[in-house]
Design a protein around this ligand. Structure first.
Ligand SMILES: N[C@@H](CCC(=O)N[C@@H](CS)C(=O)NCC(=O)O)C(=O)O
Length: 206
């Protein structure tokens, strides 16, 4: 039985849960948040006991708190650390940075949707959907190659982008985005060296 006040329902492969897990490390909240490996997409899914959405990440805590969605949870975790470091220092700073956060989120969503499409039986897949999302992903990689997200202080978009780029290599190893994008590759390698990234590595595929 954990005595930590918060519980993060997660799976080791979920990039959205990984975002929150990296925030936990970056904000030093390991002694406050228990990670709970949930059985999503099964009838035993423990998340369903706290939310009808049934998705990871879901965060529960004192006073009946139940938060769903990685964006909300990340911002909440950043705040309970006492001195938020990942969502802008001021309101103006926040809004100046927010478009990058949304871009990182859009890339992550696109990769997750495309991954799900490949989980369907072959005769239920949509090749046009797969191509459309693939083109979106390449567009964002090209954008990041022109302007890697390392201007100014680190924020939640750095975590979102490094997770998304790693997830792309994990799910689509034959579509390696690195060879034609040296600046982005360099940025990725530096970010991937951080303890928060190394502590949340995706499991080896069996
Ligand atoms: N927008 C959500 C997406 C979360 C999401 O799609 N989670 C997936 C795992 S990567 C999930 O729990 N899937 C289980 C299901 O669809 O039942 C977030 O940012 O948290």
């Amino acid at each position: 039985m954990s005595h930590k006040p918060y519980r993060l329902y997660m799976t080791p492969t979920s990039p959205f849960a990984r975002k929150c897990r990296m925030v936990i490390y970056e904000c030093g909240l390991q002694d406050q948040v228990e990670e709970f490996d949930a059985r999503v997409r099964t009838e035993e899914n423990e998340v369903l006991e706290v939310s009808p959405l049934g998705k990871v990440p879901t965060l529960t805590g004192p006073n009946g708190l139940t938060l769903v969605d990685s964006t909300l949870i990340s911002e909440f975790l950043d705040k309970i650390g006492g001195s938020p470091i990942l969502h802008g220092a001021t309101d103006q700073d926040r809004w100046m940075r927010a478009p990058e956060w949304a871009l990182a989120e859009g890339l992550l969503e696109s990769l997750a949707w495309r991954t799900r499409e490949f989980r369907r039986p072959e005769d239920e897949r949509s090749p046009s959907f797969i191509d459309y999302e693939g083109a979106r992903q390449r567009r964002i990689y090209d954008w990041l190659e022109m302007s890697p997200p390392n201007q100014g202080a680190r924020d939640i978009s750095h975590i979102g982008f490094v997770i998304a780029l790693d997830y792309a290599l994990y799910r689509f190893p034959n579509e390696d985005w690195r060879p034609s994008r040296p600046s982005l590759t360099k940025w990725f390698e530096i970010e991937a060296g951080r303890p928060s990234f190394q502590a949340t590595l995706l499991p080896t595929k069996v």
